[in-house]
Design a protein around this ligand. Sequence first.
Ligand code: GAP
Length: 488
Amino acid sequence: MAKIAKLDDIVSLCKRRGFIFQSSEIYGGLASCYDYGPLGVELKRNVRKAWWDNIVRMRDDVVGLDCSILMHPLVWKASGHADKFADLIAECKKCNTRTRVDHLADHTEEHAEHISIDTAMAAQQDLSKKECPKCKTIGKFTEPMPFKLMFETQMGANVDDSMTLYLRPETAQGIFANFRNVMDTTRIKIPFGIGQIGKSFRNEVTTKAFIFRTREFEQAELEFFCEPGTDEKWYEYWKENRFNWYVNLGIKKENLRLRDHDPDELAHYAKACVDVEYKFPFGSGDWQELEGIANRTDYDLRQHQRGMRTLNRWFESGRDLTKVELADEAEKYQSGPLSYFDDEQKRRYIPYVIEPSAGIDRSTLAFLVDAYDEEEVRGETRNLLRFHPELAPVKAAVFPLVKKDGMPEIARKIYDDLKKYFTCFYDQKGAVGRRYRRQDEAGTPYCLTVDGQTREDNTVTVRDRDSMEQTRVSTDQLLNHLREKLKL
Ligand code: GAP
């Protein structure tokens, strides 16, 4: 029976074994920023690869993209982020702590989604009974005010040509901005998708729970373009597909669910949205968003048609986004530059978009939490990570039983041969039992030990992380044996 992990256990294991460190730790740390250590970087690469293989590489109807983080400011005007991407906050008059109003209102520690400012403003804001999460004072808040979530930066050295840019708050807009480029350079036809993995940045008011919500994070987003009228079918398809992706990578089904958004929760661009939620061990012990799947309709492509028609206004405004109005009519043109011509039907339309949007860091945390286990073995506690083999940072560790009698040389040779095929680790220090325990904590599925018998019959022991059972396998069969077990 798997143990229910506590977040503190995970944080401490991550630090102890080099998965994840606080950023700038030697300077006292930078809040909500984290660095991935030697094991963490392999784990995160495997999460990314699992997404990319499943969504892009193995599909004929999806192509990949890698856009720049800095984009033209009009992108964010057209997408709605420049005007609407904000949280409603209130400041405690006693300790000056700013808190998201929806966090106060819900009495929960987490609220997965940013609600639109319009929705938040429209809702009655009675904060008289709400408690400041920091100093616990009740009902002493300022009037709620919007807090912009995009980070700003300056581009250009000269006053004349420098302008304010934003660090992208989602990777999706780079995909929409390249829709025409992809259409013109590939032979792909609708329905098709464009996938991208990359960093996004949000100046979150509330960051917490380790890598769950940070200000710099990585997203894996797919924009799947389809004919209007087929969008609901594709929405259902991607819901199921994305839920199964987590289950197939080892997340226990009982810890995962789909939750449809209520109409007042929907983002400004969405016709429908569902969250894949995971039962994270923090907050009010509640379900938290792991990934969102939205039906964005043709909103974004239409908006970018407006944005493209707004370029002259942008220059006239002195490149001041607050003074630019988007072009009015351009979004209505079915035949605009971001439309699609359907050869078979001989008609042109603006495609609808289904968007599964996942967080690489957040799923990495879910995979860590779900894999964590503790068990009693001969009076001692064994901590282990039962990672799916595809995600395990190290697939096999190779040990000589002792540092003599030619064992290290044989073990080294096995290690050198195997590391050409998957990530391996060599260790000859300390008692073999301790070496097993270290690999259990790293989530390594198999440990191979060269011992006295190896010189006699060319076999080594292969120890299974989960059952701790050991079998003898001939060295010339090792690669095949492990590949079959690891399904690599
Ligand atoms: N393009 C749609 C979009 O960005 P979102 O629900 O805001 O939608 C999608 O973000 C996913 O990105 C989330 O489900 C989560 O996994 C991840 N994510 C969002 N904000 C995050 C943050 N501050 N820290 C870590 N991951 C975050």
